[in-house]
Design a protein around this ligand. Structure first.
Ligand code: SF4
Length: 344
């Protein structure tokens, strides 16, 4: 299966690849430049930038001797300006530390600013023909579809599996050609939408096509953003030394549990501003839930009760019959004596 796919990719590439200037050279400077420009950029958009950079800075020394301003001016319009800054910083580093000669091992390449595993593998294989498999979005797509792998490509297990698979598949005798071929195949043939399956050289052995899973592959897990919340709990005592509690409302965390009267703020800045001059009990509590991160403070103060906030006063002993969130429980365990020793 591996041999057939390797050969098919190379044969396909020889006929169908795009003629791009960085494919006519194995000079590491030109390859590096093209790879940095093409990160997060389409080929048709990046091509004129590549040509302008090569013309204006034909060697790494020329780039290193330019001012950052000059480099950024030429970069203008490409976006992600940190890439332009890293490009300049890396050129200077290579001139200063490697006498202007591009490092030639994966281990050295990956130490350079702006060069991650993909770019290091690309330079190592395209410039030095070293056997490092590239794994970019195109490679993930081709591998997941051809082998019918449903493991999410953005899970750590998935990343490991696809990297190992890409490396096992690599044609070690021709790593540059192999890497170019699989990426180009993903970009032009096995496209994200409407892949050209009817004219695909591996149509007979493609698992996704056979099992009708093309649209679902590659699989990605949706990463849910963690929401930050900023709480200030009010410790309010009555004459009987009972504490005020409120019951949490539906459609939010801890529905139906009891907590101290709460003010929630939209940002840390608002929370901190509010806390000025307030009497705090304990330090900030950080509480992490599946998709929420809460920063909570506890203060001794009257509660500016909203009309719909129903407050009940409870002896702490009554909490046995009133469920409370773990955050409140932790706080009470650490500070229950302090609450009653501070004046109000
Ligand atoms: S048959 Fe279709 S899905 Fe399978 S590798 Fe070829 S282009 Fe991609």
């Amino acid at each position: 299966m591996f041999d057939e796919l390797r050969k098919a990719l190379k044969d396909w590439y020889k006929v169908h690849h795009r003629d791009l200037p960085w494919r006519h050279t194995n000079h590491p400077y030109a390859i590096w430049l093209s790879e940095i420009i093409l990160q997060q950029t389409r080929v048709d958009q990046g091509l004129p930038y590549y040509n302008r950079f090569i013309e204006r800075f034909p060697s790494i020394n020329d780039l290193a001797n330019a001012s950052e301003q000059e480099v950024l001016n030429l970069w203008q319009g490409l976006g992600y300006y940190s890439r332009g800054r890293n490009l300049h910083a890396t050129a200077k580093c290579i001139v200063d530390n490697y006498q202007g000669k591009f490092p030639s091992t994966y281990k050295e390449l990956i130490q350079l600013k702006g060069i991650g595993p993909y770019t290091a593998a690309a330079i190592a294989s395209f410039a030095y023909n070293l056997p490092h498999a590239v794994v970019d979005g195109n490679v993930y797509r081709v591998l997941s579809r051809y082998f019918g792998i449903e493991l999410a490509i953005n899970s750590s297990e998935g990343e490991r599996l696809f990297k190992t698979l890409a490396q096992d598949l690599l044609d070690e005798a021709q790593p540059a050609l192999h890497n170019q071929a699989i990426m180009e195949f993903g970009a032009l043939q096995c496209k994200p939408v409407s892949p050209n399956c009817s004219l695909c050289p591996v149509v007979a052995t493609c698992v996704a096509l056979r099992e009708d899973k093309i649209a679902q592959l590659p699989h990605k897990v949706k990463k849910i953003k963690t929401k930050q919340r900023f709480f200030v709990y009010h410790l309010v005592r009555n004459a009987k030394n009972q504490l005020a509690f409120t019951k949490r409302k539906p459609k939010d965390i801890w529905e139906g549990l009891f907590e101290f009267p709460l003010l929630e703020f939209k940002s840390e800045a608002e929370q901190i501003t509010f806390l000025k001059d307030k009497v705090q009990v304990g330090a900030a509590y950080k509480h992490i839930l599946t998709h929420q991160k809460i920063t909570a403070y506890f203060i001794i103060d009257n509660f500016p009760a909203a009309a719909d906030t129903e407050v009940i006063y409870l002896d702490l002993a009554d909490l046995e019959y009133h469920p409370i969130p773990r955050l409140i429980d932790k706080f009470l365990n650490a500070h229950r004596h302090q609450i009653f020793s501070v004046g109000q």
